[in-house]
Ligand binder design. Structure first.
Ligand code: TYD
Length: 141
């Protein structure tokens, strides 16, 4: 997986004078089955979340309210995705380092995940992550 495998996906938006409505169905609007949903809120100004990779978990991240950046690294390249619409989200495949930062006041991040929570799925150390990706790249040559 590389940073180019991350995708901003458009969700359906049913515009209505009474308020808009958007939808996420598993394996339809996002490319995996949803096993878990969690959300991040009340992030103090300037703080960051994430700073790890998952071996198997895929995620879909939506800024339900406000805005924030998701910085993705594959060990060789880094890309920043800015999320600020509740009808768009970022698909993050497994095997990528991700950091969430620049949260606006009152922002609300919804994260849908393809697995149940498992602390053993995390890679918490960037140097180990880089080494893993280097090995992966040299294996594929
Ligand atoms: P973590 O994934 O490290 O948060 P972030 O990447 O946003 O910094 O999780 C923070 C804490 O919450 C950690 O103690 C594990 C716990 N947690 C769960 O129990 N279940 C979950 O689904 C998640 C995502 C975290």
């Amino acid at each position: 997986m590389t940073v180019n495998d991350c995708l901003i996906l458009d969700l359906p938006k049913i515009a209505d004078g009474r308020g808009n409505l958007s939808i996420i169905e598993e394996n339809k609007h996002i490319p995996f089955k949803i096993e878990r949903a969690y959300w991040i809120y009340d992030v103090p100004g300037g703080d960051e979340r994430g700073g790890h990779a998952y071996c198997t978990t895929q995620e879909f991240i939506v800024a339900l309210s406000g805005s924030f950046d998701v910085v993705i690294s594959d060990g060789a390249e880094e890309r920043t995705f800015s999320l600020n619409r509740s009808y768009k989200g970022l698909y993050v495949p497994s095997g990528l380092w991700r950091v969430m930062k620049n949260f606006s006041t009152n922002s609300l991040a919804l994260i849908l995940a393809s697995t149940e929570y498992d602390e053993h799925d995390y890679i918490m150390d960037f140097e180990s992550f880089k080494k893993w990706k280097e090995d992966e790249r040299s294996d594929s040559l």
